[in-house]
Design a protein around this ligand. Sequence first.
Ligand code: UT7
Length: 338
Amino acid sequence: MATTHAYISAVGHYVPEKVLSNADLEKMVNTSDEWIRSRTGISERHILDNGATSDLAAGALKAALANRGMDASELDIIIVATVTPDMFFPSTACLVQQKTGAKNAFCFDLSAACSGFVYALVVGAQFIDGGRYKKIAVIGSDKMSSIIDYTERNTCILFGDAGAAVILEPTGEEGVGIIDHRLYSDGSGSKFLNMTGGGSLNPPSHETVDKKMHYIFQDGKAVFKVAVIGMADVSYEIMQRNNLTGNDVDWLVPHQANLRIIDACAERMELDKSKVMINIDRFGNTTAATIPLCISEWWQKGKIKKGQNLVLASFGAGYTWGAVLVKWGIEAPKEIKS
Ligand code: UT7
């Protein structure tokens, strides 16, 4: 099995200040704090009032660059994973370049919904592996509030806004970095989770607006069933093919869509719950940002130690899903944030 020498050299995140709590949502739709917490694990989520996905992404990238002590002009590539780009074109990554001053980077977006960060991390690692590029920003960023119908209780309780970034660089250290990955797609899942308005299939019109086709649609029950199996299976697969047991995995970093899906995944991996990164209670589902947001928070708190094994696992629209095995390669920060 090929191993790459790309490693995560820095992390950073940006979360808007405004909080939308379950109590706030109780006043907007027919729901309850009890229902939301017991069915999803979410207590509150953050909302960006002014600005767009590129602002979340640029904030996250600036934080990661500061943590690395790197100037934006040193970056070779910026990849932004998102389903809520500022606009169809230019890419959000180009806008992030402009907002951060990363004038030497070439930039593009990647669309894989909730698996966007995991896909982008693998793509970024290949550029390092190929030997031509040395400093790559991989960002997961979504302003989900821009595609949510806040009169629809099935979906509006689930999502929040955030951006989180990592920087990939080559490492000389043997066995450190992005060790292995397994990515999957199944386009037959497209009808269960989508946003059908605004693209070439259904260009924007009064009708697409009236039919609420510019909002996210999710058949929650259908997605739940395959997400539980998909995320658990791929996490187990990545452990098996790297001869790891639950004891060898230090952290599961799961996509934060539903606490019950996360629990099922940890159970399949025979992992103690103390080894699972969970922040869905505070941020909800931030789509492409969930996984790097967890990593960034846990690193800031000094909880990830150099040499630890992380399994990143995701499931999202497409369907897309996958897992990445990472051997952590950086020390805890000098200043621990509680
Ligand atoms: O991130 C990308 C991948 N996405 C996922 O992995 C999400 C997967 N799906 C889920 O997480 C869950 O399916 C949801 C959290 C979306 C829904 O939970 P559920 O346990 O599957 O609930 P349900 O959709 O089966 O609805 C159960 C009941 C229904 O009422 P009836 O028909 O039983 O009378 C819903 O109308 O709960 C009702 N309901 C609500 N009640 C209060 C749906 N939404 C709400 C709500 N508040 N917000």
